[in-house]
Design a protein around this ligand. Structure first.
Ligand code: ADP
Length: 463
């Protein structure tokens, strides 16, 4: 408790000082501190004048108008923190302070001791004060200094000598007090200047570091853009180079399968089916990899038209049946009623369903795969729900949230794959203004549900 007391006291002191400072001057640290220095110096500074004037009271035989003028002018410094609060800017109070201190120093010097007066050190302090607060108007500061010096010289010239109100020997003690007070005042300013300089050099270093970092970032961004362009060119070329031979393998293997079947060569036909399956699998992997950047760049043209959903599902089922039954699975297409037509992009819809059915067949062994479809809702709100259920290995709950992210593969699964199929499917579903959701339990099976509007609206939603 005892340790915290000084901090709380400083805080309270700073809060008191800040009470005088208008919000406009609290914006930047430098301006704020300049205003704080102004307030502190104008609260404490006049006490040194009290010491000097108090000493004069002791040594002056009569307290005349010169003494009272000095009292009023020195006392007016205490009003300046309030003037700062009212004026809401530093320039006016600072100008008053500078002019008054300059005048007090030459006026006091003229009447008390001339060029060896205890008031003269304040002439230097006043100059410093002027340049400190009015640094943006150096000529004004120089002009005021020159005017005061000229007035001092003129008064001396007119009078012929400095009037001796108090003998010069009597002023030596007050001279010492004055020099100490002025030194204290100047030191305070100098310390603040040193603080500003250090802060500024730290700031400059930080700006330099920041500029270096941003130029490195610019170079890295440029490199990344170039790499991206190179990737796009590569993918465009690879697309052709890979698909063409793969399609040839698939096509020729199908012809050969038919030939083998015709010549009752069951073993040969089975080998050829393996080649065909491997070719299709490879083609789907290649398609996913090549497709992803296009979808990511929103570079997919939708061909939206009326689609006979019943026929589409029949055809997709026919395409996938072999693939699914290969693992000893049964496959059923379950539709309770006719689904009619929907308005969508048939190619993308097929792509999604083939992906989901392919996964179900791949991750289920000697189980069941069901493709289930139904309509839901009426009018504009109407949707179709197409789900692919399997009784396969299922998916762990912690994996499900990241299932639709690019290159997400469950580490433990032993099947080959890119981990792109579901990500591509989800993005395509979103392009068709729908979405895919999943429910799954490990070792019990999975259900992927594609929800689509019965009619894709003219402006497809961004994926
Ligand atoms: P992949 O090409 O690896 O199949 P997907 O994006 O299609 O990529 O699937 C990502 C991962 O999700 C798969 O590696 C698999 O672990 C899991 N997964 C997808 N569908 C099923 C499913 N029907 N049953 C079990 N796991 C599945």
């Amino acid at each position: 408790m005892k340790k915290e007391a000084p901090v709380a006291f400083t805080d309270r002191l700073i809060r008191c000082v800040d009470w005088f400072i208008p919000d406009e001057l609290q914006g930047t640290t430098a301006t704020h501190w300049r205003a704080r220095i102004f307030v502190i110096s104008h609260v404490l500074g006049p006490f040194s004048a009290v010491a000097i004037l108090g000493y004069l009271v002791r040594v002056m035989p009569v307290l005349d108008w010169v003494f009272w003028t000095l009292c009023v002018l020195c006392g007016s410094f205490w009003t300046l923190p309030f003037a700062l609060k009212l004026a809401r800017n530093l320039a006016m109070p600072a100008l008053y302070s500078f002019c008054t201190l300059l005048f007090v120093s030459v006026f006091g010097a003229f009447f008390f001791g001339g060029v060896s007066s205890p008031f003269l050190p304040w002439f230097l302090t006043a100059q410093m004060l002027g340049f400190f607060y009015l640094s943006d108007r150096p000529y004004l500061v120089l002009g005021i200094i020159a005017a005061n010096l000229a007035a001092f010289a003129a008064a001396y010239g007119l009078n012929g000598a400095f009037p001796e109100r108090v003998p010069i020997e009597e002023l030596s003690t007050v001279g010492m007090i004055s020099v100490c007070a002025a030194t204290l005042y100047n030191s305070m300013m100098a310390i603040y200047y040193a603080y500003v300089m250090v802060a500024q050099s730290v700031l400059q270093q930080e700006i330099k570091d920041h500029l270096e970092t941003s130029s490195k970032l610019r170079v890295a961004k440029h490199e990344a853009e170039r790499a991206n362009e190179a990737k796009a060119v590569f993918l465009a070329k690879m697309s052709h180079q890979l698909r063409t031979p793969l399609n040839a393998i698939i096509g020729y293997s199908e012809i050969l399968i038919e030939d083998s079947e015709a010549s009752d060569d069951a073993a040969g036909a089975e080998d050829l089916r393996s080649i065909n399956r491997a070719g299709r699998h490879l083609l789907s992997l290649v398609s996913d990899v090549l497709h992803m950047p296009k979808i990511d760049a929103d570079d997919v043209d939708l061909r939206v038209r009326a689609v006979d959903l019943d026929q589409c599902l029949e055809e997709v089922s026919a395409t996938c049946r072999n693939l699914i039954s290969h693992n000893g699975n049964s496959f059923t297409l379950a539709k309770h009623v006719e689904l009619g037509t929907i308005t969508t992009d048939e190619t993308r819809l097929r792509q999604i369903l083939i992906n989901l059915l392919g996964n179900a067949g791949k991750f289920t062994k000697n189980g069941r795969v069901v493709l289930h479809a139904r309509r839901q809702g009426i009018g504009d709100e109407a949707q179709v729900l197409i789900s692919v259920q399997d009784t396969g290995i299922g998916i762990a709950p912690e994996v499900i949230p990241s299932l639709f992210k690019n290159f997400n593969r469950v580490e433990s699964n032993e099947q080959g794959g890119t981990g792109l199929g579901l990500a591509v499917s989800q993005k395509l579903a979103q392009l068709l203004q729908g979405e895919i959701s999943v429910q799954s339990r490990p070792a019990r099976g999975s259900e992927f549900t594609l929800r689509l509007p019965v009619a894709v609206q003219a402006e497809p939603a961004a994926a």
